[in-house]
Write a protein that binds this ligand. Structure first.
Ligand SMILES: [Zn+2]
Length: 289
């Protein structure tokens, strides 16, 4: 499942290729997305692509009016967006496009069934493929509609005091707390383990028992791990239009996730795995207190 760093990577890359392009057509292929009115975005220009929580937001403007439209894509479990430059400026049919995908990139996905929508731009298209179909596309005239409930850990508001305030009053262990999207947004199961290792905090610790120094370490580690992952994704996913963008690429920079019984990179003792709220947590029983 894509977490904040993967979504940010896709956003940065889409921003580079899409800025100032015109959206010629939004083609909906999955009836679960039929609520979208494609005529409402036809002919709009891309002002920017940004991230709001784990949503990829296309800010669009009409040629003349200052009117804005916002398309928010949430990838959920298995969604991915691919940029595909077209050889000519003419619009090609999705079927032909998909054939090329299957040959080159999506060979492990089962063709048309997984392609749910195509955004046709001048000079290329963005395809929304999503095997499990939990992903969403929403349209609004006000970006505020897509504002997530939780705080973005990469925003400037994310300070020690702010984090202390969010943690206050909770009796949960810290690991499941980090996965709550209503407090901090965008941290999933992989990065929660990585963040707690970097902060040297035991994932079983009760949130309310964390001291000031620990909260500070948690804040610093959260930023550091997420930014490092964005950098790594930016290099390993630099051809994201040719990748399905899920696991496999993570491995290179993970310190604890998926490494049960392997050596801790800090103390060389074997790492542990426990299950918290049905999800695996990886940590070092020796280094994390
Ligand atoms: Zn260790």
């Amino acid at each position: 499942m894509p977490e904040l760093p993967e979504v940010e990577t896709v956003v940065r890359q889409l921003q580079q290729v899409l800025r100032r392009r015109t959206l010629l057509e939004l083609e909906i292929l999955d009836r679960k997305l039929k609520h979208l009115p494609p005529e409402d975005v036809r002919g709009c220009r891309v002002v920017r692509v940004c991230r709001l929580g784990k949503q990829i937001v296309f800010e669009l403007s009409r040629e003349k009016a200052a009117e804005r439209r916002y398309l928010a894509v949430h990838l959920r479990m298995s969604g991915c967006l691919f940029w595909k430059a077209s050889a000519s400026q003419t619009r090609r049919r999705a079927g032909a496009q998909l054939m090329a995908f299957q040959r080159k990139t999506l060979s492990r996905l089962d063709g048309a069934k997984y392609l749910r929508a195509v955004f046709w731009f001048t000079g290329g298209s963005v395809c929304f493929a999503d095997p499990r179909r939990f992903g969403t596309i929403r349209l609004a005239r006000d970006i505020a509609q897509f504002e997530p409930r939780g705080l973005d850990p990469l925003s400037e508001q994310f300070s020690d005091q702010m984090l202390a305030g969010l943690l206050r009053g909770s009796k949960q262990p810290i690991k499941p707390w980090l996965l709550r999207q209503d407090r901090l947004v965008g941290i999933g199961n992989i990065y929660a383990s990585e963040i707690l290792f970097a902060a040297r905090i035991d994932p079983r610790r009760a949130v309310g028992a964390l001291g000031r120094e620990e909260i500070r370490a948690l804040r610093v580690a959260t930023k550091k791990v997420l930014l490092r992952a964005i950098l790594a994704n930016g290099t390993t996913f630099s051809d994201f239009q040719d990748t399905a963008g899920d696991a496999g690429n993570y491995g290179r920079f993970l310190r604890v996730y998926g490494r049960e019984s392997e050596d801790c990179r800090r103390c060389r003792l074997p790492l542990s795995r426990i299950v918290q709220q049905g999800r695996s947590t990886y940590f070092c029983d020796h280094c994390q207190r």
